[in-house]
Design a protein around this ligand. Structure first.
Ligand code: HEC
Ligand code: HEC
Length: 155
C-alpha cells in the first residue's frame, strides 16, 4: 500500500516538473499571483509603444470654452511649473494678488470654496493642483473620433 502511494506521488511530481513553463510566462506571473491580463501574457510595452511627448506652443491666444462649466484650457506651456507643498507656480501669476501685475486671468472665485460651500481666504485645497482640471492643448490627431459640439450660445 505504502509503495503504491509513493509511486503515485512520484509520478505526479515528475508530470508537474515536466510541464512546459516558458520563461516569459513565469516572469510575468511570478509577482502577481497568476493574474492574467485580457491582452494575454505580453508586456504592454511590447505591443504598444509610448507616444512621443507633444510640443506644446509656448503661447497662444485664449482657447474658447465649449460649455459653460468647462475649466479653461491652458494657452501656454507649463513645463517646469512646480506645484507642491512649498510652491505653486501657477498661483505666482494667477492668484488674486499677482494676476494684475502678471497680466494673467485671476483664478475663479469658485476656487476659494471649500467642500461645504464656505468661502476661504485663499485657494481651497481641492483646487490647489491646477493641472488636475486645466490642461494644455496641441493640434494633434484625435485618438478616437469625436462628434462633440459646443452649446449654441458659445459657438
Ligand atoms: C508667468 C506667469 C504664468 C504662470 C506661471 C502660469 N500662467 Fe497661466 N496664464 C498666464 C497668462 C499671462 C495667461 C493669458 C491671459 C490672457 O491672455 O488674458 C494665462 C492663461 C491661463 C489660462 C486660460 C485662462 C482663460 O480664461 O482662458 C489658464 C487656464 C491658465 N493660464 C492656467 C495656468 C496653470 C494651471 C498654471 C500652472 C501650471 C499656469 N497657468 C501658470 C500666465 C501664467
Ligand atoms: C477641480 C477642478 C479645478 C482645479 C483643481 C482648478 N480649477 Fe481652475 N477652473 C475650474 C473650472 C471648472 C473653471 C470654470 C468654472 C469656474 O469658474 O469655476 C475654472 C476656471 C479657472 C480660471 C478662469 C477664471 C475666469 O474668471 O475666467 C482660471 C484662471 C483658473 N481656473 C486657474 C486655476 C489655477 C491657477 C488653479 C490651481 C491653483 C486651478 N484653476 C485649479 C476647475 C478647476
Amino acid at each position: 500500500m505504502k509503495k503504491r502511494l509513493m509511486a503515485i506521488c512520484s509520478a505526479a511530481m515528475i508530470t508537474f516538473m515536466a510541464l512546459p513553463v516558458s520563461s516569459e510566462t513565469s516572469d510575468l506571473t511570478s509577482n502577481n499571483g497568476g493574474v492574467k491580463s485580457l491582452r494575454g501574457q505580453v508586456e504592454i510595452s511590447a505591443i504598444n509603444k509610448s507616444e512621443m511627448l507633444k510640443r506644446v506652443p509656448r503661447d497662444q491666444p485664449l482657447i474658447d470654452r465649449n460649455y459653460v462649466q468647462q475649466p479653461p484650457m491652458i494657452p501656454h506651456t507649463t513645463r517646469g511649473y512646480h506645484v507642491n507643498l512649498n510652491v505653486n507656480k501657477c498661483l505666482s501669476c494667477h492668484s488674486f494678488k499677482n494676476a494684475g501685475e502678471m497680466g494673467a486671468t485671476k483664478v475663479s472665485v469658485t476656487h476659494f470654496q471649500a467642500r461645504d460651500g464656505m468661502t476661504l481666504s485663499d485657494v481651497s485645497p481641492r483646487r490647489y493642483f491646477c493641472l488636475q482640471c486645466h490642461v494644455t492643448q496641441v493640434a494633434a490627431k484625435p485618438l478616437v473620433e469625436n462628434s462633440f459640439q459646443p452649446v449654441k450660445s458659445l459657438q
